[in-house]
Design a protein around this ligand. Structure first.
Ligand code: MBD
Ligand code: FE
Length: 282
């Protein structure tokens, strides 16, 4: 038995759907030209049609697919499913036109409006927060090397059990989330704990699909970051940990070799690591 109610797939999935809706403007984004809708949807459909032909998909399988899609919606798991299996390619395409620090996917668990903390900062955490202490520091600079004073590091990550605040009922709001403001030389220092790997909830439709396909439901341990500075393009990225489990088989395909930290164990329960960010002019 666990000491607290474990977050259900339906709970975290529907919270992610609510968070997504809250983050969209009332208008739901810019209009898309009919030519573009037609081109993208035609291509998408032809991919589906081609799969049905090449795999000789049966009526039973077609009906099972409908059932699955209905359940994804009912469970509020569209953000989870799409961010795990699709977002990495959208990010790849966006990255074609980007310089500076490599990006990675946003994922379903970002929550805006977290507490602003001047560097050096300690992320909000429970008095008895479990896990290895991590001190993460570095500098934010422009692509030409100029330091970016007052840059913001909007950071969020899972706890030592792999759960995210806001998406697991036993965690206090805002736990292990914050917007850290770099100093007058663009330097930052963030004290937190090492996150654990994240497991896609196994009790919802996304987990059921992963199980049915014989895949594993894990993401390697990671920190999420949005790094912002006035006049510069915001970087959405994630940082991983050398030697960590699932690094080479992330279910969300979102790791990159440039995004792997190598924390140094200080021998006192604390690990220390540096990482610098480079932002291109907007
Ligand atoms: C996560 O924590 C995450 O980062 C992604 C991309 C998908 C599911 C859970
Ligand atoms: Fe994550």
């Amino acid at each position: 038995t666990t000491p607290h109610p474990s977050p259900t797939a339906a709970g975290s999935g529907s919270s992610a759907t609510e968070a997504f809706r809250a983050g969209r403007s009332a208008t739901g984004g810019p209009a898309v030209a009919p030519e573009r809708v037609s081109a993208v949807v035609s291509s998408l459909l032809s991919g589906i049609h081609q799969t049905i032909r090449s795999e000789s998909v049966t009526y039973d399988e077609f009906q099972a697919a409908k059932q699955f899609l209905i359940e994804v919606g009912e469970g509020g798991e569209w953000p989870l499913l799409l961010d795990v299996f699709v977002e990495h390619v959208v990010e790849d395409v966006a990255a074609r036109a980007q310089e500076g620090t490599k990006g990675s996917i946003l994922g379903p668990y970002y929550l805006p409006g977290q507490v602003r903390l001047e560097s050096p900062a300690t992320l909000p955490q429970r008095p008895d927060e479990k896990g290895t202490r991590l001190v993460f520091s570095g500098e934010v600079r422009a692509t030409d090397g100029t330091p970016l004073p007052g840059a913001e590091l909007d950071i969020w990550h899972a706890d030592d059990e792999g759960y995210y605040s806001g998406f697991a009922p036993h965690l206090p709001e805002g736990n292990l989330r914050g917007v850290v403001v770099a100093d007058e030389r663009g330097r930052f220092e963030i004290s937190t704990i090492l996150p654990s790997p994240y497991q896609i909830p196994t009790d919802g439709p996304t987990g059921a699909l992963i199980e049915a396909a014989g895949w594993h439901p894990w993401r390697p341990a990671h920190l999420h970051l949005l790094v912002r500075a006035d006049g510069h393009r915001t970087i959405t990225t994630q940082l991983y940990f050398a030697g960590g489990e699932w690094l080479d088989s992330d279910v969300a395909s979102a790791t990159k070799p440039e995004l792997i930290l190598e924390p140094v164990d200080q021998g006192d329960g604390t690990s220390v690591v540096r990482y610098d960010f480079t932002l291109e002019p907007a």
